[in-house]
Design a protein around this ligand. Structure first.
Ligand code: GTP
Ligand code: MG
Length: 199
């Protein structure tokens, strides 16, 4: 699936402008700057379709991408972005929560967590929301930027997180570990996510 052409097709700042759900959908969520947009680029090997930035808070709307009409990949705005105005922050967060809990066709949420910083309260909030909602959406944790941390620390963080989610119902384990920079783990994640595509 990930060899197909990636095309941007919709940006939404409110739920009324979500496009009709026509494909199985995979969304990328997580704190601002965790590497969501970069991961989309690495997975599809199509640099430049999804914009990335050093400045946190770049992605300010929910962006929908069509992957060869087999999958819809969704780049979510990051939460916890410290410099944004409080009202703007709340609006993004509400939008992400609404999307995650109501979106028809949403098969998987990849919750990205920076390996160096681990899970934060906002991540747990999103997890709790997904555990509570009645939709069939599964989520999985993806540790990002593993190139920034010693391998032994990556493994330790991974084990701690897996352990802490053991009793959860909607989580897909084991968690994945990736670096969009070095390419580590990207193929494995592609394999896992390809199973969701429409063939
Ligand atoms: P928002 O749109 O603000 O929510 O951020 P985002 O989660 O989309 O992050 P983005 O992909 O824009 O990346 C943020 C910064 O992290 C950029 O400077 C990237 O180059 C860097 N980055 C992303 N992935 C990696 C990685 O695997 N390793 C390293 N070292 N840096 C990375
Ligand atoms: Mg982004």
């Amino acid at each position: 699936a990930f060899r197909n052409k990636l095309t941007f097709f919709a940006a939404a700042k409110s739920s009324s402008s979500f496009p009709p759900p026509e494909l199985p959908e995979i969304a990328f969520a997580g704190r601002s700057n965790v590497g969501k947009s970069s991961l989309l680029n690495a997975l599809t090997r199509q640099w430049g379709v999804v914009r990335t930035s050093d400045k946190p808070g770049l992605t300010q709307s929910i962006n929908f991408f069509n992957l060869g009409s087999k999958l819809c990949l969704v780049d979510l705005p990051g939460y916890g972005f410290a410099y944004a105005k409080e009202e703007v922050k709340d609006a993004w967060e509400e939008l992400v929560k609404e999307y995650v809990s109501t979106r028809v066709g949403l098969k998987r949420v990849c919750l990205l967590v920076d390996t160096k910083w681990g899970m934060k309260p906002r991540d747990h909030e999103l997890i709790n929301l997904m555990e509570r909602c009645t939709s069939q959406t599964k989520y999985q944790i993806v540790l990002t930027k593993t190139d920034m941390v010693f391998p032994i620390d990556v493994a330790r963080h991974a084990m701690q997180i897996e352990e802490s989610l053991k009793a959860n119902k909607s989580v897909v384990q084991p968690l994945m570990m990736v670096s969009s920079k070095s390419g580590a783990g990207i193929r494995s994640l592609r394999t896992v996510l390809s199973k969701i595509a429409r063939f």
